[in-house]
Design a protein around this ligand. Structure first.
Ligand SMILES: [Mg+2]
Length: 382
């Protein structure tokens, strides 16, 4: 079998899909995207296609190695996301050719289903408790929210109080038997992270995410190692080499690589195994589309340390199109008791609605994240 075509599609709300076609008529799909840089990643996929056309799609490790090492420069969000989507499509092709799901090709599954959580915003805290209750009514047993609005290096105590009251209101509403994760979103700098982590301890959070940007971990190591709240991060780490010092630091309890950013199935599985060796859990990042979620579920199936899966159904970014619009059988992602069943179909286990993808790609998108400013006019991390 040979690869004969590699095509990308920018589709609303903010995604990029890649379609890889073979000379035997088997087609695989992947989702290579960095939120806000979809066109840049698509250009990287187009450049990498020189290394794919005419090659056997089954030799994934070799294709991956050449795409990663063969350009001299390597790593980072753009290249690793381009590689990620291509890798997903290659696994999809391999599974379809074999008539097996990807997780079966990789050794079978250790679980039949996995917990998922729902996103409830939190940037502007007015109605997060109502959203948490609504998520519980829809069957979810956990939610994630942003912990704060913009935060200065040294901020007022009112900012801390607002963050604490926001979480307290939700905990009051949902009770103890419900997971609340709080994402600091890399918005918080070390001095305020120390305070917020301590003040949020009484609410028994499921985890705190990106308490600081991972490049700033050294400033809060003592806090992260000593807090009883589990610490999660990894959506901005893209390879085995990016996570090795983070895991060795002992500061992180849950690794969150995004298989659409971290080199696809091939690389993310290896990162998951590294985490397991440090007794660190896995919670794959996925605020993206259906191919990304299907990919995550194929990895979750066989990763013993996977604890919960992010997913974007109804997420606030998805105003024009949602997760289920691009698959022909949306029941594949049916949530039961806050869990989603591992898809068993061939390849990634979903059927992409190609006609609809082409129709929406004609419109495309130019999604960008917001640019925030502090009161003094200086840039604020979103
Ligand atoms: Mg996050």
């Amino acid at each position: 079998m040979k690869i004969i075509d590699v095509t990308t599609f920018l589709v609303p709300p903010r995604w990029c899909f890649v379609r890889i076609e073979t000379d035997e008529g088997i087609v695989g799909w992947g989702e290579p995207v960095v939120e806000g840089r979809a066109a840049t990643v698509a250009a990287a996929v187009e450049e990498l296609s020189d290394l794919l056309i005419g090659r056997d799609p089954a030799q994934i490790e070799d294709l991956w190695t050449v795409m990663y090492r063969g350009g001299f420069y390597r790593g980072g969000p753009i290249l690793m996301s381009a590689l990620a989507g291509i890798d997903q499509a290659l696994w999809d092709i391999k599974g379809r050719a074999a008539g097996m799901s990807v997780h079966q090709l990789l050794g079978g599954r250790v679980r039949d289903r996995i917990d998922v959580y729902s996103w409830i915003g939190g940037d502007r805290p007015e109605d997060t408790a109502a959203q948490a209750l609504e998520a519980r009514d829809r069957g979810f047993r956990a939610v994630k929210m942003n912990g704060t609005q913009e935060v200065q290096f040294i901020d007022s105590w009112a900012t801390v109080t607002r963050a604490v009251e926001n979480v307290a209101t939700i905990r009051d509403a949902v009770g103890e038997d419900f997971g609340i994760a709080v994402d600091f979103h890399g918005r918080v700098h070390a001095p305020m992270a120390k305070v917020l982590i301590k003040e949020l301890e009484p609410f028994h959070l499921m985890f705190i995410e990106e308490p600081v940007l991972s490049e700033n971990l050294s400033g809060v190591l003592d806090t992260l190692r000593s807090t009883p709240t589990p610490i999660a991060l990894g959506e901005r780490l893209f390879s085995r080499w990016d996570v090795k010092d983070v895991l060795a630091s002992g500061a992180v309890d849950i690794l969150q690589p995004d298989p659409s950013h971290s080199g696809g199935i091939t690389e993310t599985r290896k990162m998951a195994a590294m985490a397991e060796a440090y007794d660190v859990a896995l919670a794959l990042h996925c605020p993206l589309g259906p191919i990304a979620l299907a990919t995550c579920l194929q990895i979750d199936a066989g990763a013993y340390n996977a604890v919960i899966q992010e997913q974007s159904l109804g997420i606030h970014y998805n105003t024009s199109n949602d997760l289920l619009d691009y698959v022909t059988d949306p029941t594949v992602f049916d949530y039961v008791d806050g869990m989603v069943t591992i898809p068993d179909g061939p390849g990634l286990g979903i059927e992409v609605d190609e006609e609809y993808v082409r129709e929406r790609a004609a419109e495309g998108h130019r999604w960008r994240n917001p640019i925030w400013r502090h009161r003094d006019g200086s840039f604020a991390e979103w």
